[in-house]
Ligand binder design. Sequence first.
Ligand code: NAP
Length: 294
Amino acid sequence: MRVAFLGLGIMGRSMAANLVKAGHEVAVWNRTAGKDKDIEGARSAASPAEAAHGVEVIWMCVSDTKAVEQVLFGENGAEASLAPGMIIADSSTISPSATERFAARVKARGVDYVDAPVTGSKIAAEAGSLIFMAGGDEAVLGRLRPLFDAMGKQVFHMGATGKGQATKLVMNLQIALIFEGFAEALTLATKLGVEVERLLPLVQASMVRSGVVDYKAPFIVKRDFSPNFPLRLMLKDIHLALEAAREARVRLPGLEAVEEVYDLAAEEGQRDLDYAATLTLLEKWAGVEVKSAA
Ligand code: NAP
């Protein structure tokens, strides 16, 4: 298929590269120039409008709601190149209500909109094994199948446009709370003199085991807090979830407590580190470091 891929960050560059590998004709664009280098086989475009010219699908993966709005409707935005029959798919994690507004605006131009945020982080983006949670028309999702297959291993259809984003917020709510539990457990264990090497196999053998622990434990043991999922983006998702909860009059006391930890970590300069770096704040408060003997 002819695809414009907009946003070549940690996730987007691998997703675009996997589309090229699967034989699709891909035009790529990134706000900051230079990130399109070494996506071999892709055509580089100077603006979203140029990338989107003549394509069947515009796929986005940018930071936040404002970024999606700019890429679509800002100066030289993709809107200038919209034509009836096109599909816009968005793998950024953004506001569900803004997604509905964006979809309504392009619908007037005969363009379908699918929100398709992802889970799996950097490793799954590279491996082409992302999991998509999609909102939109079933038939439109069907037309995107070859692209989903090139970038991911599963697509969950969550309902109408906007429901993919709503789902993503409740997924990240769980990831933030599960990781916080893991990080607090590691900190207390260390303070109480239990070695991480002895604790981790027990966690893995028990009902505490989780995908979050599977993914993060090897990085923690190596004390590698380079960003797979930057803290600033998890904090953005915590804010989005709390905002959606307030609109729906739902109380989330656990997430509110975790928000405070992330706010403090951000103030300490950890915004661009992985969100796993929040562990180091707990360690500082406890006066310990979770260390591997190896
Ligand atoms: P990232 O590495 O920070 O990349 C963000 C991308 O958005 C960059 O291409 C950036 O361009 C672009 N961008 C930011 N503001 C923009 C603006 N105003 N106009 C145009 N482009 C703009 O982030 P990422 O990790 O790839 O994440 C992208 C999205 O996927 C986010 O919504 C995130 O929450 C979601 N997500 C991430 C993960 C993960 O594990 N990393 C997992 C699931 C979902 P520049 O290069 O110019 O800064």
